[in-house]
Write a protein that binds this ligand. Structure first.
Ligand SMILES: Cc1cc2nc3c(=O)[nH]c(=O)nc-3n(C[C@H](O)[C@H](O)[C@H](O)COP(=O)(O)OP(=O)(O)OC[C@H]3O[C@@H](n4cnc5c(N)ncnc54)[C@H](O)[C@@H]3O)c2cc1C
Length: 309
């Protein structure tokens, strides 16, 4: 009789053990499938049971790239309670000439997302409209901001300072994990993206899995070609200069000079610096090394902007 009790207890504990793991597995699968897809920028989502929480973090969404899109998305999804894993190639302050002038509509979007403080403490300049220059004449176009709060205007700044503020804001949420690493490929099974393969800052090759992967890796994307066949036409290049301690004719305005052969754009990026963007037609830029670029700027560009300063 005693033997029967022992045997019964043994089978009960074995059954309990399997039941416990079966229930934990079901809960994990349910978690994997709990969230709906986000609108836009979606690459794909995995099926029930395919989610692997191999990092102890339990990721709902992987975001590749922490530029303006990735950071804003991470913050928004994080605020929504999602567990977000952002993988960004370089978390140091970017030094780029892109995304330096935020239009008023962009500022309104920042307010909507609760990110408007990202343009504070970075010496951002208010932008109220544009001044246009052509053949020695000029005119000013103001943004129609009368109906808005006095704070609403465009903003211009160093792109890197703004991006760092956005990244900090996203990373301040406990359910957003921001990691430095380069995504080398998307992990695909039967036509569905299951996650990413990436190289950490320390050079370690890792895989991360989530029900949803969102790629925000910008215009030089290496991953886009595995999702579609991009055909990009490059008719010209922007050459960027920073002019220090000089005043533009119209304070708090972008300046567009309709020059020959193509436009020149100037706007403040801090209280002491003006960005000057010169559009140079063609795909091949004049050489900086042999002085062709300096010569082009001095002889073709400078005479056309001197009237503006
Ligand atoms: C010359 C120029 C001027 C511009 N000026 C303006 C402007 O004044 N105002 C404006 O609103 N827009 C401007 N734009 C457009 C604006 O810059 C882009 O729309 C914006 O930067 C796009 O943001 P994004 O987050 O999609 O990409 P990005 O800002 O390019 O960010 C992509 C991020 O992904 C990371 N990344 C890339 N590949 C990987 C990978 N494999 N693994 C991990 N991370 C990766 C990159 O390091 C980067 O941080 C300008 C663009 C150019 C080219």
């Amino acid at each position: 009789m005693f033997h029967l009790y022992i045997l019964g207890a043994f089978f009960a504990s074995v059954l309990g053990f399997f039941l416990h793991y079966a229930l934990r597995d079901k809960e994990r699968k349910d978690n994997c499938h709990r969230h709906h897809r986000a609108d836009g920028l979606v690459t794909s989502s995995s099926e029930i049971g395919q989610c692997r929480q191999d990092d102890g973090f339990g990721t709902d969404i992987i975001i590749v790239g922490a530029g303006v899109a990735g950071s804003a998305l991470a913050h928004t999804l994080g605020k929504d309670g999602r567990r977000v894993h952002v993988i960004e190639r370089d978390l140091t302050e970017p030094d780029r000439i892109v995304g330096e002038l935020l239009q008023p509509g962009g500022y309104l979007k920042l307010i909507e997302l609760g990110l408007e403080d990202c343009v504070e403490e970075i010496d951002a300049q208010r932008v109220l409209g544009y001044a246009l220059f052509k053949d020695g004449k000029n005119t000013r176009l103001s943004y129609p901001l009368e109906k808005f709060h006095s704070d609403v205007a465009g903003r211009s700044f160093h792109n890197g300072r703004f991006i760092q503020r956005m990244r900090e804001k996203a990373a301040s949420l406990s359910n957003v994990r921001m990691e430095q690493g380069t995504v080398t490929s998307l992990l695909e099974e039967n036509g569905t993206i299951k996650g990413v393969q990436y190289k950490t800052k320390a050079g370690q090759e890792l895989k991360a899995y989530a029900p949803l992967t969102i790629v925000c890796d910008g215009c030089f994307s290496n991953l886009r070609r595995s999702l579609c066949n991009p055909k990009v036409d490059v008719p010209s290049c922007f050459v960027g200069l920073v002019l220090e301690n000089c005043q533009l004719p119209f304070a708090n305005h972008g300046h567009v000079i309709l020059a020959d052969p193509s436009p020149i754009l100037c706007y403040p990026i801090s209280s002491t610096e003006v960005r000057c963007l010169v559009d140079v037609p063609g795909q091949k830029l004049p050489s900086i090394a042999n002085g062709e670029m300096a010569n082009y700027l001095k002889t073709r560009v400078a005479p056309q902007v001197s009237f503006a300063f």
